[in-house]
Design a protein around this ligand. Structure first.
Ligand SMILES: Nc1ncnc2c1ncn2[C@@H]1O[C@H](COP(=O)(O)OP(=O)(O)OP(=O)(O)O)[C@@H](O)[C@H]1O
Ligand SMILES: [Mg+2]
Length: 225
């Protein structure tokens, strides 16, 4: 399955704090081609995570149009958004978001459990993905027995569980030292070469932005500069 093609136009997002509307995105236009890699930089508070959450269907825009392939997802309700998320989108976060009560292989298999894949197939694919990220030998460890870089590799394996057409990462190297960062950068490279996944990465780090992006975009005050 090729990477997803995305087209966002006039995307706004206004949060509501009590009675006070807080406008954060002010009309974002963005087109991303199949298998393209885009990095997003910008000051803290400029709206990067807000936009990434919309792109990842974790949140819906207040207004605007969002085409995921040929489908306009801006009008999707929560159920349809979570279905699209489950089948087509992988997410990697700065703080890994692994479940501490599950082993490594169970964490990687979790998205497949939500997608009703059988336990046996789940386990086999999780082990395969752990091999891809170089952590098969750690499959029965708990996340707290791993280094930060290793945890992020598990999180990347998990993000690939359902063969996403779109991979999103919010500060994926923010919590890592430079050696662990390099491992993660080359892993994203491997994933892209192997699967042709469309990728959008938010980062504060210029080096990471250029390593992971065919294009580097700059956000400022809720729009692209
Ligand atoms: N749930 C929310 N309710 C109200 N305001 C919010 C909410 N989430 C984010 N904001 C506000 O929206 C603005 C943009 O936040 P966002 O997290 O998108 O920034 P960011 O560019 O990702 O920043 P950082 O680089 O620090 O992660 C901030 O001013 C933030 O306070
Ligand atoms: Mg953020």
């Amino acid at each position: 399955m090729p990477g997803a093609r995305l087209a966002l136009s006039g995307i706004t997002r206004t949060y509501q704090r009590g009675d006070v509307p807080v406008p954060v995105l002010h009309g974002v236009d963005l087109e991303i081609g199949e298998g393209e890699r885009v990095s997003i930089m910008g000051r803290s508070g400029s709206g990067k995570s807000t936009l990434l959450n919309i792109i990842g269907c974790l949140d819906a825009p207040t207004s605007g149009r969002y085409l995921f392939g040929d489908e306009d997802v801006a009008g999707f309700d929560d159920d349809r958004l979570s279905m699209l998320r489950r089948t087509s989108i992988g997410f990697v976060f700065q703080s890994f978001h692994l479940l501490s009560g599950l082993t490594v292989v169970e964490n990687v298999g979790l998205p497949m459990e939500y997608a009703h894949v059988s336990p046996r197939a789940r386990h086999a694919r999780a082990v395969e993905l752990l091999e891809l990220v170089g952590l098969a030998h750690r499959h029965d460890h708990r996340p707290n027995e791993l280094s930060g870089g290793e945890r992020q590799r598990v999180a990347i394996a998990r993000s690939l569980a359902n063969e996403p057409r779109l991979l999103l990462a919010d500060e994926p190297t923010g919590a890592l030292d430079s050696r662990a960062q390099d491992v993660i950068l080359s892993l994203f490279e491997t994933v892209h070469t192997r699967f042709g996944t469309t990728m959008v990465v938010v980062t504060h780090d210029e080096r990471v932005a250029h390593a992971l992006g065919d294009r580097v975009l700059h956000m400022s005050d809720g729009r692209f500069a």
